[in-house]
Design a protein around this ligand. Structure first.
Ligand code: HEM
Length: 454
């Protein structure tokens, strides 16, 4: 925001003695930031143990983050430095800024784009069916998040890297969990990184990355002409090791899992609950899914006919955003909404606060999949809807994420008859580090509506 003459004192949300607002941040950060925004306005500070976080919020924020001014005032480097150091790397996409970020993003753009799925929807469907047959058997109760993690790892692995490291799922999950908690969001002390469980998982992820490099080197040029993110990254390394260094490869090659596994699995977990809790929505998703899956090979155009499913995905991302705020550091002293932020201050850009404002989304807590249709388009108001973040680091995999979630949700409800358990009328969630359903959330597979291939 442009400089002004009056600079106000940033209001501080004090919270409880000593711990500050730790409990609110851990249980439902979105609801907490919405309340703070309503009471304190677009800039406020929150205390959490010994740390004080400066939070920016409100519909103006999205545009500002993408503006020249916003980009010059914020940087990402320190936020991800712990992750980079932990991998012995020199840089990672999320932690670079400016021209270097643009160059690195361009290297990964094609591999992370929706084009990576072109002509491969039936393959994606086969992977999905295989996972449903294995882990969602009729008569069993399924741990939803864990089962979805397996499914998403198979999907992302095949589509983005050409390998399916299902035997590494737990290691990838543990590594992400510990690193995000201890080194990125800093909700846990760094000492947890000494735990044998973490050290073992981290070593296994290293092994996976090194295997991917060896497999790429051994394979030579692809015979099917189908390039993946791995090919693009390895070629970029060979052509310009100054941009993609040898030490950065393991982190970059396993990046799809860091970025895509928890995000998609947790969002789909919330969606499964929301849809089962709304039988009218379930009926609409089933009707369109039955029609689309009965009408021949799946294409990009088939996905466009899944309008209720897509509405449910969008509504889930609105109500249960996995990235409530984008963490940054002030790159220089700057003013935002007539408040002075000092160079080096950690700044949280809470771009999802508008998801809960009734002036943008009437009855904001209602799960309403019709908000996004041509008559209403509630998400289209500038600054209203930002589940994939805003600014130069906006999710690079959002096209893939959308397609994966729409197709998977449609397939699950087309094939299976699922039921919530008696204790699960309300979705129980946890927030650390990626918000999502609690690990104990289970559904019962009451029956199979359609067999594989039907
Ligand atoms: C529900 C699904 C997803 C959501 C809500 C989501 C959200 C986000 C958000 C908010 C950011 C910005 C983080 C920041 O600025 O600090 C981001 C970045 C990113 N996402 Fe996603 N994401 C999802 C799935 C995926 C998937 C499936 C992939 C790829 C496999 C992916 C790849 C990336 C990458 C590579 C970045 C870094 C972009 C950059 O730094 O330039 N995401 N995502």
């Amino acid at each position: 925001m442009t400089a002004s003459t009056t600079v106000g004192t940033i209001p501080v949300v004090r919270g409880a003695p000593v711990i500050g607002s730790v409990a609110e941040l851990a249980s439902d950060p979105a609801a907490f930031f919405v309340r703070c925004y309503a009471e304190r306005g677009p800039v406020f500070r929150v205390r959490a143990l010994r740390r004080t976080l400066t939070v920016l919020a409100g519909p103006e924020l999205a545009r500002w983050m993408g503006s020249r001014e916003g980009q010059a005032n914020l940087r990402s480097a320190e936020v991800w430095q712990g992750l980079v150091d932990e991998y012995g790397a020199t840089r990672t996409l999320t932690g670079v800024d400016g021209a270097e970020h643009r160059r690195l993003r361009e290297v990964m753009r094609r591999g992370y784009s929706r084009e990576a799925l072109d002509g491969r929807f039936d393959e994606l469907l086969a992977i999905t069916d295989e996972c449903l047959d294995r882990a969602w058997r009729p008569g069993t109760t399924v741990p939803v998040v864990e089962a979805l993690q397996l499914l998403v790892t198979s999907q992302l692995g095949t589509m983005l890297t050409g390998t399916v490291p299902t035997e590494y799922v737990r290691d990838i999950r543990t590594t992400i969990l510990y690193i995000l908690n201890a080194l990125v969001t800093r909700q846990r002390p760094e000492i947890i990184l000494h735990s044998p469980v973490y050290r073992r998982s981290r070593a296994r992820v290293q092994e996976l990355g090194e295997q991917m490099i060896r497999a790429h080197r051994a394979q030579g040029p692809r015979s099917d002409g189908r390039r993946t993110l791995v090919d693009d990254l390895m070629d970029a390394h060979d052509a310009d090791p100054g941009l993609v260094a040898a030490d950065d490869l393991v982190l970059a090659l396993t990046g799809p899992y860091v970025a895509g596994l928890d995000t998609v699995a947790n969002t789909l977990g919330c969606l499964v609950h929301a849809v089962l809790a709304h039988p009218d929505v379930l009926a609409r998703i089933r009707a369109e899914a039955d029609e689309v899956f009965a009408s021949g090979p799946l294409t990009e155009a088939s996905l466009e006919r899944l309008t209720a499913t897509s509405g449910a995905v969008m509504e889930t991302m609105r109500l249960y955003p996995i990235a409530v705020a984008q963490p940054r550091v002030a790159n220089r002293d700057f003013e935002y909404a007539r408040h002075l932020i000092r160079e080096g201050e950690p700044v949280y850009c809470a771009v999802t606060v508008p998801h809960f404002l009734p002036e943008l989304f009437p009855e904001p807590l209602r799960f309403d999949i019709d908000r996004y249709g041509p008559e209403r388009r509630e998400h289209a108001t500038p600054g209203a809807y930002a589940p994939f973040g805003k600014g130069p680091h906006t999710c690079l995999g959002k096209g893939i994420a959308d397609a994966l979630m729409t197709l998977t949700a449609a397939r699950i409800f087309h094939r299976l008859d699922l039921a919530l358990g008696p204790g699960d009328a309300a979705l129980r969630r946890r927030a650390a580090p990626t918000p999502g359903p609690v690990a104990s959330f289970r559904v019962r597979v009451a029956g199979e509506r359609r067999a594989r291939g039907a």
